[in-house]
Design a protein around this ligand. Sequence first.
Ligand code: GLY
Length: 439
Amino acid sequence: MRVLVVGGGGREHALVHSFARSPHAERIFCAPGNAGTAGIADNIGVGSEDLPALLEFASREGVDLTVVGPEAPLVLGIADLFEEHGLRVFGPSQAAARLEGSKVFAKEMLGAGGVATGAYSRHETAASAAAHLAGASYPLVIKADGLAAGKGVLICADAAAAEAAVEACFVAREFGDAGDVLIIEEYLTGAEVSLLVLCDGKDALPLAPAQDYKRIFAGDQGPNTGGMGSYCPVPGFEQKAIDAAMEHVVEPVVAALRKRDIVYRGVLYAGLIVTEAGVKVLEFNCRFGDPETQAVLPRLDGDLLEMCAAASAGALAGVKAAWKPQECVTVVMASAGYPASSHKGDLIEGLDAAGALDDVTVFHAGTALRGGDVVTAGGRVLAVSALGHGFAEARERAYEGVSHISFDGAQTRADIAARAVRAAAGEISLFPHGLEGLR
Ligand code: GLY
């Protein structure tokens, strides 16, 4: 099979890394890829949102399967375009990708499926939002409806912050068209779980659950990032909870889409939050999570390419996912200034030494080749994943990998998976409120 992976981050390196192990992979292309994918695939100089150029490339090169990493090309309609031209894609159609591309649409589908989620209201004008805020209690969350490069979710501690968020959306137009509509949502607190589900339009296959870390600093302090680490599986979120999430979240939402003649084919990422009032859906994404993928895939004991090909062909029935018994911990290394900015062009050293450690894989995200050197090229630079027998061993190996790598201003969180170690040892519960609502 000739495979094209669209995207150039850590998630895409992890996908390419898995595909490269498949006996079905004849040739792998990555658009645009990074310094990590360059070693195992052919990077092509096409951006992930340049749909006409991607189509031209895939047609010319006889690509058998295109696997789309990021949400933007899916929301732009890459799957529809490729399928119109007879090219197979693993990724949802534009209509189905609205589960991530429109917060309002996701809420409507959750409502139609009777799935628990935060209470919300929808607003098209500043006046409508202001009227709602007059009676609001805080904190609350204001979300731009559309894709806003990860910046469209604003947690507002008080009325002043909420008014500023509404102004950013409707007056300053900071989110462009993505802010034509906003929602004001109840602020939910609790442990989050990312459940990535392969869907083929009829059947669905959940991958092992993961948790990620969104804040830049240890102890969940500082601004939100794209994700500073992750681990897989999730102690306490066992098979029964996965089955329940499939029955009470994924299947009703896929059915609600189907009622509107929308077929969901690709990864459905259910972002769950376990609150005092039960398990709710925080968000949906229409793609693999990042950095969850870097912690999930090292544990997969099977052929991911075969699974993606089966899903894209509507043939997932009977396909099973087997998992290695080890746990996986992923520690992200980010560049100086991240998340406000990022530093490019800093030399990265120690990659070979880290990658040579047992059961350690260094996934590249924002990296580039400069001559024979690997240099930083983005906010999140690397994701160091390690398998271990138990979270303590996996964590130790991941941080050992990190210790071999250096670049100017590298930032890591020191507490990735510390809570998983304690939870697995029975010292704490990640879900003190129980998993009510997933029954
Ligand atoms: N880890 C969060 C995301 O992929 O959106």
